[in-house]
Design a protein around this ligand. Structure first.
Ligand code: 5GP
Ligand code: MN
Ligand code: MN
Length: 323
C-alpha cells in the first residue's frame, strides 16, 4: 500500500547517509521543488546529500530553498559516484538522463513519483499515480518525520503542486491538493507572487518563441488534432532557451473542439521531442509510452528519432487512430 511504501521510504532515508538527489532532464516546477524538498528534509535530519540535474535549473525557480546548490552537470559534474540515490518525479530510469553516470554500480535507489507509466525501477518505490504532483507525495512523506514545517519548504511543496496542476486548474486538482495547499498557506506561503513568477511572467525571448510557434499552427481536417512546431533556428533567432518553451503546448490544445494538442520541438537533425496534451478522450500517456516516452493520461511526452515531417505524420496519424 501507499502507507507501507512511505514507511519504507522513511526507513531508507533514516538508515543511510550521503545521498544523491536527482530529477528528470529539463526539469519543471515539480522536479526542481521536489529535489530541494528532499534536500531540505535530509538537512533537517543532519544527513549529507548532493542535489544534481542533467541541465540548468530554470531561472524563475532560483528562489527555491538552496536551488542554486543543485549541481548542473554540464557546468560542474560531481567528482565521484554515489551509493544512495533518491529520484524524484522521474517516470522511468532514463529520465534521469546523464546523471546516471554518478550512480555507483550497486547503488540503491529510492524512486518517488506520480506518473502512471512509472515502471518501479527503484530499490524502494513510492509511486502514487493519482497524486497531482511528486510534491503531494513529499508532503505526506514530510508528515511522517518529526520535522517542523517552515515557509521555505512549504513554498517548495506549493510550487510543485501549483505548476503540475497548471495553477490549480487541471483535473488533478483534487480535494486533497486543496487541503494541502490550505495548510501550506498557513505556513506563510505567498500564493499570488508564486503564480505571478511561475505561471504568468514571461521573458521576452519566451514571448517571441511563442509567436513563432503559433505561426506554425496546423489543424487536422476533422479539427480534433492541432499542433505547433519550434525549430533550433527559431530558438536561436529568439534567443530562447528550453525553459522558454513551457506552456506552448497548451495553445493548440486549448482550441475549441481539439482533443489532442501537440508541440513538436526539433532537438537536432535526427530527433524531435513531442509534447502532447489531451482533452480527456485520448490517453496520451499510453501513446507516448508506445513511442518510448511516458507521462500522464492528459499530459505526456516522448522523443522520436527521424525527420520532423515524418515524425509529425507518424504521431498525428497515431493520435487519429486513437480518436
Ligand atoms: P512535457 O510535455 O511538459 O514535457 O511533459 C508532460 C508529461 O510527460 C510530464 O509529466 C513529463 O514528465 C512526461 N514526459 C515528457 N517527456 C517524456 C519522456 O520522454 N519520457 C517520459 N517517460 N515521460 C515524459
Ligand atoms: Mn515533472
Ligand atoms: Mn510531476
Amino acid at each position: 500500500t501507499y502507507e507501507q511504501a512511505l514507511q519504507q521510504a522513511k526507513e531508507f532515508i533514516l538508515e543511510h547517509d550521503d545521498y544523491l538527489i536527482v530529477s528528470h532532464v529539463q526539469p519543471d516546477g515539480d522536479a526542481v521543488s521536489s529535489t530541494v524538498t528532499v534536500g531540505w528534509l535530509l538537512s533537517c535530519l543532519g544527513k549529507k546529500f548532493t542535489m544534481l540535474n542533467e541541465g540548468a535549473i530554470p531561472k524563475r525557480m532560483d528562489f527555491l530553498w538552496h536551488a542554486d546548490e543543485i549541481m548542473d552537470m554540464s557546468q560542474q559534474p560531481p567528482e565521484r559516484k554515489y551509493n544512495r540515490i533518491i529520484c524524484v518525479d522521474c517516470a522511468d530510469y532514463r529520465r534521469v538522463g546523464l546523471t546516471e553516470q554518478f550512480f555507483a554500480e550497486d547503488a540503491v535507489i529510492l524512486n518517488i513519483d506520480h506518473h502512471p507509466t512509472n515502471d518501479a525501477y527503484g530499490t524502494v518505490n513510492v509511486i502514487k499515480s493519482d497524486a497531482a504532483a511528486t510534491a503531494e507525495i513529499l508532503f505526506d512523506l514530510l508528515e511522517m518525520f518529526a520535522v517542523k514545517w517552515d515557509v521555505e519548504v512549504a513554498t517548495s511543496v506549493y510550487t510543485g503542486l501549483l505548476t503540475d496542476t497548471g495553477g490549480f486548474r487541471y483535473s488533478n486538482t483534487s480535494p486533497k491538493v486543496m487541503s494541502i495547499v490550505s495548510q501550506l498557506l498557513t505556513y506563510g506561503v505567498d500564493g499570488p507572487s508564486l503564480s505571478e513568477n511561475l505561471l504568468e511572467e514571461m521573458t521576452f525571448p519566451q514571448m517571441k518563441v511563442l509567436t513563432k510557434a503559433l505561426q506554425t499552427l496546423t489543424m487536422s481536417e476533422d479539427g480534433k488534432v492541432a499542433w505547433v512546431v519550434v525549430t533550433l533556428e527559431d530558438m536561436e533567432e529568439c534567443g530562447a532557451v528550453n525553459e522558454d518553451l513551457e506552456g506552448i503546448v497548451n495553445y493548440p490544445r486549448n482550441i475549441r473542439g481539439v482533443e489532442v494538442g501537440i508541440f513538436f520541438k526539433v532537438i537536432n537533425e535526427q530527433a524531435v521531442k513531442a509534447s502532447m496534451r489531451s482533452a480527456g478522450r485520448v490517453d496520451v500517456a499510453a501513446l507516448a509510452q508506445s513511442f518510448g516516452g511516458g507521462g500522464h493520461v492528459r499530459a505526456a511526452g516522448c522523443r522520436l528519432e527521424g525527420k520532423l515531417e515524418d515524425i509529425i505524420k507518424i504521431v498525428v496519424g497515431r493520435v487519429k487512430d486513437e480518436l
